[in-house]
Ligand binder design. Sequence first.
Ligand code: MN
Length: 409
Amino acid sequence: MTTWRYAAATDVGLVREVNEDSIHVDNTIAIVADGMGGHAAGEVASALAVEVIEDQFRRDPTEDGLLQAIRIANQRIIDDAAANPAREGMGTTAVMCALVAAGEGRAAVVVNVGDSRAYQLRDGALRRVTTDHSVAEEWLRQGRLTAEEAEIHPRRHQLTRTLGFDPGVQPDVFRLDVQAGDRLLLCSDGLSNELTDSDIAQLAGESDTLEASVAALIEGANRHGGRDNISAILLHFDEVSVLPAMLEFASAAAVTAAAAPVTNAPTAAPEPPTSRVAQRQAAKKRRRFSWRAVAFVLALFGFIAAAFFVIGWYANSSYYLAEDQGVVAIYQGQPNGVLWFHPHKVLDTYYKVSDLSPYDQANLKNPTTVGSLDAAIAEANALYNKVHPTVPGSTTTTTSVTSTTTGSG
Ligand code: MN
């Protein structure tokens, strides 16, 4: 059974008059929401999000149930704003981590909309799980900005996705690869804007108790300015049991260093391995499989390259005679081409087509191939000599013909 311990706090900060953040945490779900909209509307939006998501998730504690809970909360905020003109334009971010039923185990899933973040801390190393839904980070994803530029871009606070505006808003979903001892921090931007990653890693990991860590994080954000409301929920995973299918996803995502969103990914539900040994074996099997996949792809590339070579060789290994503007020319290739290898002229013989017998003239339209340029030249000489037996031998003709080469194979 996957279980966590938790501590949480939210603080108005040093500049704002009201706290528009809302938080909730229990044994199965943790949520941070950062509301926006004037005249106390931001508080309403974030409180609605937290209440509705928590309540709906309790009824269906699965990944699908969580996504459904977010859809319902989103619609409730939209409806509430429509019914109360004073709250028009209110919205909220939401980042959450939930333990969802997965076969006989429970898997940790992080879902977010907006720029409140989740960070995973393992052995002192911090990894950001979520991607901000801000203009700057969308541009970063599109390669229009570097990570450094996105960090300071003026549009980094302009959100592209929030709850309370678009009924079809798409949250990002991240299935976590967690180990016992990992910590997960959920926070609003009032914390992540004031503290560097190394500050966060240090404060979230160092203290003896989770409560002390959370207090240190809030205090740290205030010490650096406290310009916005500050919220932090810190989860400490005591015990972890997850499905192999879940792990499989997580290890695949780990290759790219950060888990990719898997919204609407189908959930597989094979039997979970019950022992650590079984889990380790499952992990080994997957690794071997991925090496096999790499080998397969390499072999496939090798095969394709070999096929190219063979087809190219076949296409260019034959020669034939054909007419080119009234003259007998020698072409390299297959008369009708092979795939995208087209025949090309390599030599003009200077024999006029009209100098050949009518039978041989007709044959030029449907040529048979020979295996070498020399053989093609000999054939041209033979055809001419049939009609003009007095012409000097093939050596002379061959020499003069060869010197007019227009290209080479
Ligand atoms: Mn904020």
